[in-house]
Structure formats: C-alpha cells, structure tokens
Ligand binder design. Sequence first.
Ligand code: MG
Ligand code: NI
Length: 486
Amino acid sequence: MGRHITISPITRLEGHGQIDIVLDDDGNVEDCFFQVVELRGFERFLQGRPAEELPRITPKICGVCPGAHHMASAKALDALFDVTPPPAAIKLRRLFLDAHIAHSHLLHFFALGAPDFLPGPEAPKAERNVLGLIAAAGDEAGRLVLRARGHCQRIQGVIGGHPIHPVAAVPGGMSKALTEEERDTFLPWTSEIVAAARLGLDVFREHVLGNERYREMITGDVYRHETHYAGLVNDDGHVDFYDGRVRVIEPDGSELACFEAADYLEHIAERVLPWSYLKFPYLKAKGWAGLTDGPDSGLYRVNSLARCNVASGMATAGAQAAYDELYETLGERPIHGTLAYHWARLVETLYCAEAVHEAVRAPEITSPEIRTLPTATPAEGVGVVEAARGTLYHHYETDREGMIKAVNLIVATVQNNGAMGMSVKRAAEHLIKDGAADDAILDQVEMAFRAYDPCLACATHALPGQMPLRVRLCRGSTVERVLVRG
Ligand code: MG
Ligand code: NI
C-alpha cells in the first residue's frame, strides 16, 4: 500500500487547485496529478445576451487577465460584425494590451515567481514571498516595481475606462479617444516601466543565472520537456500580443502549422479527463497521446517561452538584445527548459515596456478617428490575442438579432494544462525519494507549475471565489499530510 502526498492549496498562482502525489511502498513517486477543482460556467450563461455586451462581461472571468479578455472579445466582435477598426483605434488597443501584459508579467516575476530563487526553496515559508524578495533585492527595487505596475494600471484605466473592469472597446474600434492631456500624463511614466523591466532582467542575471544550482535547474532534466509550442507571430515574425497568425512548431523547431485565428478548430481539439475540471487541448495533427512529451504527442505549450520559441525576434531594440542573450546563453533553439519561462517572460516585459514607451509618443495615438461603425448583420466571429499566459481564443455565434447562441473560450492556461501535469509529475519523481518530501522539496515541485504562471480563474472561467491550492501526501487511500499553502 503506497502513500499519498497532497499539496493543497498550491500557492503563488492565480486560482486554486491541488497537487496529488501517490507514493509506492518504497516511498518513490508512483503517480502525480495537477488537479483543478473550480466550477466553470461562463460559456453557458453568456448565451442569450447581446453580443456587444461581451467585451464588458468576459473581463469578469478573472481579476488578473481582464485586459486580455477585453481585447480578445473586441476582436471577436470586429470579426462578428465584419468591420475593421481605424489605425488609431488599433494603436490604442495595442497600447492598452502591452501595458496590461507588462503589469501582469511584473506581478508574476516579482511577487509569484522570483521568491523561488530569491530567497529560494530552502528559505522559511514566511519569507518565500514578495516581502522576502524585497528584503533580498532592496526597498528601492520594490518601490520601482510597485510604481511601474501602478503606471501600467493607470494607462489601462485611462484607455479602457477602468483599470480592472475595462469598457471602452466596441465592435469597429474604441468608444473614447485619448486626449492630448491624458497622453501627456503618460509620458513621465514610461521610463519607469522600462526601468522596472530592466531590473527584472538584472535580478534574473545576478540571482538566478549567477547561481550554479539554479542554472542547472534551468538547463537540466528535472524541469525539461521537449514539446510543441504555439503563439501569435506578426508578418515580421516577431512576438505580437495583439495580432498575427498562430504559429505552431515541432520540438525540433520546424514549423508544423501557421494559421488564422478563425481556423483554430481545424488545428486544436480539447480532451476531457475525469479528474480535473480543466480540459486538455491538443494538436489535431498529432492526436491525443496522453500527458507525454515528444514529437508524437499532441501536447503543445503556450505562454512566454512558447512565444519566443515560435517567433524569430522582438520588435523593439532592447528586447531584441535580451532575446538574443536568452538563446545564446542557453545554446538551444527552441529552448525546452521549463524554468526558462521566467527569463522569456522578462524579455517580453521589456518588449511591452518599450512598446508602451514608443506608442504614447506616436502622434496618431490621440487621433479622434477611433471607430468604424458596423453595418453588417452579425453571424460568427473569432478573436485571438496573446494574454500574458498564452494564446486566448474567443469564438461567438449569434442569431439574426445579434443575441449570443454559442460561445467557446480557449484560454491560455488550459493549453498548458497537460504540460503542467507532466512537469509536476517529473519534478516529483526526481525530487521525492524514499518518501522524503519536506517543505523545500515540495516548493521545488510547485516551481514546475509556477513557471507557467497559470491562471486557474481564467482556465475554468470560474465565478469569483476563494483561491487556495493544497498538496496532499497520501499512502494508498490514507491521507498522511495535508499542507495548506496559502
Ligand atoms: Mg472553453
Ligand atoms: Ni486570468
């Protein structure tokens, strides 16, 4: 009879879930499940509502990713009403989304991800958080990051109408132009956003790359999976959060597919497994082979490292230099080390910061030409953007009165669901020996999912609720220890 470890609640992620680790009689890992136990419901209760309400309802799916849902929804409505927004509206949407991504990435690195390295897994649990990080990195660093996040939120608030509940995007563009006065308030903020992004890269270089053990964790086997990757790339082949085609690559880096958002159902299918509320998307071209990696498995990964892997570079100069440093240092392409997601996230943070800096200085950003009025009868539309956590699909169908008949949402985190399950299992298998699983080891198991920056609120499209994550250690059906990590 084996024993059973449960990590529950798992912490420093958005949403709640648990990790179940089953040990055999010798105390080695027999099986491991990354479980998500929230209730979903958004796709159902959106039915019957006027389509144009969805950009204001779908951001309520999640308090961390509302900006991404607002944009994906607005783009789905553009497609639904067959209308192209004017250039200034697209520039405003891009500025809004890039500020959103910068804020989300800064939050993840400094508050959620970095405490795994600074102070590190062996530090007392009470210090393995943003306060422990600030104690190690310094007060001024902490203040800069908080100010930069605030600037990003305020930019979203001015453009979107509210920093957390955006309302401004409408089919065919935006409902409100940016005034010269509003734009002028942004100008002094953007250099601090760029500075915070550069600080993230400096902290990573010094405290993660400069530490031999952490470097081994990034490049070694415990956190490695050779998988497919997917993400948006634009016509220049660059990472693009707002628009482009979805590019999918093989584990060896060759292109498997490059498709328009509207064609996603030809390429992606979803599998349901009995032990999780999260579905498991996979590539139709490869088929479902379970939670396994390699070229014959349909599993693919999204989020920061996937975007960098499918692209050929970044559209801004500083981010391009950081991108080159990432690939030259790790010496492989695509990069398969899961903990490199943190580094790629910081490269993207710098890209978004530089893009925001440039966008607020573009003269057209204050143009009053912000909407093309739709005239078509709506029928069906797909909108896709890159959310912080990966590719986000909104797909709507309406009746002839424009009322929603069907909604399909495939959110970023869901696409990493299978990979997170594999990663947690592999880490547990390598790290737990003879039943020894102290707090530092369990934190290193959690590091396997935390690199993916999962948002389980988005993933289950859950109504707001408590967000704890647990780890249970069990022997057979006997729960031996329950570690509440909230
Ligand atoms: Mg869905
Ligand atoms: Ni979310």
